[in-house]
Design a protein around this ligand. Structure first.
Ligand code: SF4
Length: 478
């Protein structure tokens, strides 16, 4: 439920005269993955031009800017910073000059060994300046990747470099000669390849292909590097695939019109709703989705339970995404105006409210109290994913365990806090049974088993508390 911040979105085009405009439209389609900053870097085959700024794609680019950077190959990025600061110098793509020339990098995910890599870089003194600023260094872990590319041992060894990165990374790299896409061996974040007339396109989600008339070819495989240049597309495996796809992409992050990990997101969510009805049945008069996240699952719940689906909330489309507001006061205000209840639909009814998640609980509480005020007789909340009990270290913004309501409270207490008549979550087994390949998903935030160990996870509880305090000050997630 609109409490979780998205990560980032990537879009790249090689070999199209309209590449920059296509990246612009592609980023529009991926805007839900990051609303804080946007950027495009492009090349004519000799130099890289770029523009980036804070805010939505619509506010960062003008026709004049797009014309200035118009070139046949380009990459773009939309960003959400999770815990760290939202600053211009952290906007991507990051562009740098090093001994082999110019390079632009866009990253979705989060590395878990950033500190070790930074320490090593500092010891070697192999620092080069980002063109974003010659004096202020970008603070995201994505910059570490740029710095590593400048090191002699990695200069002609991208595979070796990628093997040394630990954690989640879907990457786009643009040089004057080629567009490179890479995905970590676990494939945490999606990345797919499409075919355009005369060129190729790479995107975080397939919904962006539709906007530019590209045909979906396939996903970039976990552990794969794809090179696209004037000779076409070639592929290399830098590490064996160990799939642990982020299941939360299917539940919440990705757009319902996208195909993620080979499955349509809307259809998977419908299955989750149907499974939820089987696992958490309730006598009720209507099923009401919390839009937009709960819509597909509510359809599935209604179909499986036979309880009619009704529209209980109306969304105000002129309010920005609630969770994008960095200050909690603003966030709360926006929650209240973003959705309004159709009281004539819910008054006197026993309502099953279906939503995709409850993370911190504050947004949900406001939402359900709106329903109660509108006259709902009973409120039964059904969540189409398991309780979030553990932090995510792979690029999602819930890194502080004590902020997760299900980590600190039993479900009965959460229901009491939310002031609802009942609360039911989908089980982990139920969730995975709705996917095509249950063994290939990360469920660490539900089960606490992390597919890639992070240094922070090995700390003692006291050290971990200390780390959690610190992380709130400086960690940047892209
Ligand atoms: S911990 Fe949760 S949110 Fe993070 S990658 Fe795994 S499934 Fe996705």
């Amino acid at each position: 439920m609109s409490e979780i911040k998205h990560e980032c979105g990537l879009f790249g085009v090689y070999g199209s005269p309209d590449a920059v405009e296509q990246v612009y439209y592609g980023l529009y389609s991926l805007q839900h993955r990051g609303e804080e900053s946007a950027g495009i870097a492009s090349t004519d085959g000799s130099v890289i031009a770029w523009h980036k700024g804070m805010g939505l794609v619509s506010s960062v680019f003008s026709p004049q800017i797009l014309k200035r950077i118009r070139n046949p190959s380009a990459i773009g990025h939309v960003r959400y910073s999770t815990i760290g600061k939202s600053e211009w110098q952290n906007a991507q793509p990051l562009v740098a000059q090093y001994s082999r020339g110019q390079v632009a990098v866009a990253h979705n995910g989060q590395l878990v060994n950033t500190k070790q890599l930074r320490d090593s870089l500092e010891r070697s003194g192999a620092i080069f300046q980002t063109q974003a600023s010659s004096t202020v260094q970008c603070t995201s872990d994505s910059e570490v990747i740029l710095h590593l590319m400048a090191r002699p041992e990695y200069r002609d060894n991208l595979s070796g470099l990628l093997r040394d990165l630990k954690g989640a990374f879907s990457l786009l790299i643009l040089t004057p000669d080629e567009l490179i896409a890479a995905r970590d061996p676990n494939g945490f974040r999606p990345l797919c390849i499409g075919r355009l007339k005369g060129g190729y396109v790479i995107a975080s989600e397939t919904c962006a292909f539709d906007q530019v008339g590209a045909d979906y070819l396939r996903d970039v495989a976990p552990g794969e590097i794809v090179y696209i240049d004037k000779n076409g597309l070639r592929s290399e495996t830098f590490a064996p695939a160990k799939p642990s796809y982020c299941v939360f992409e299917l539940i919440y992050f990705s757009r319902p019109d996208s195909k993620i990990y080979g499955e349509n997101v809307h259809l998977v969510r419908q299955k989750l709703g149907a499974k939820l009805a089987e696992e958490c049945p309730v006598d009720a008069d209507i099923v009401v989705p919390v839009p937009e996240g709960g819509t597909s699952a509510a359809m599935g719940y209604s179909q499986a339970s036979g309880i009619p689906l009704e529209r209980g909330f109306v969304r105000n489309h002129y309010v920005g995404r609630t969770f994008i507001q960095p200050q909690s006061g603003q966030r709360q205000k926006k929650v209240e105006v973003k959705l309004n209840v159709i009281s004539d639909v819910v008054t006197g009814k026993r309502v099953v409210v279906v939503d995709d998640s409850i993370v911190r609980g504050t947004t949900s509480k406001s939402r359900f109290s709106q329903l109660r005020r509108a006259g709902a007789k009973e409120i039964h909340v059904r969540i189409s994913c398991p309780p979030h009990r553990y932090p995510c270290y792979y690029g999602i913004d819930f890194q502080i365990k004590k902020e997760l309501i299900a980590a600190v409270s039993p479900i009965e207490d959460i229901a009491e806090f939310l002031e609802v008549d009942s609360l039911g979550y989908l089980s982990i087994e139920g969730l995975l049974s709705c996917t095509a390949s249950p063994k290939d998903y990360c469920v660490a935030c539900f089960a606490g088993k992390y597919p890639v160990p992070a240094e922070i996870i090995k700390k003692t509880p006291e050290e971990f508390e200390e780390w959690e305090e610190k992380v709130g000050e400086h960690t940047i997630v892209v």
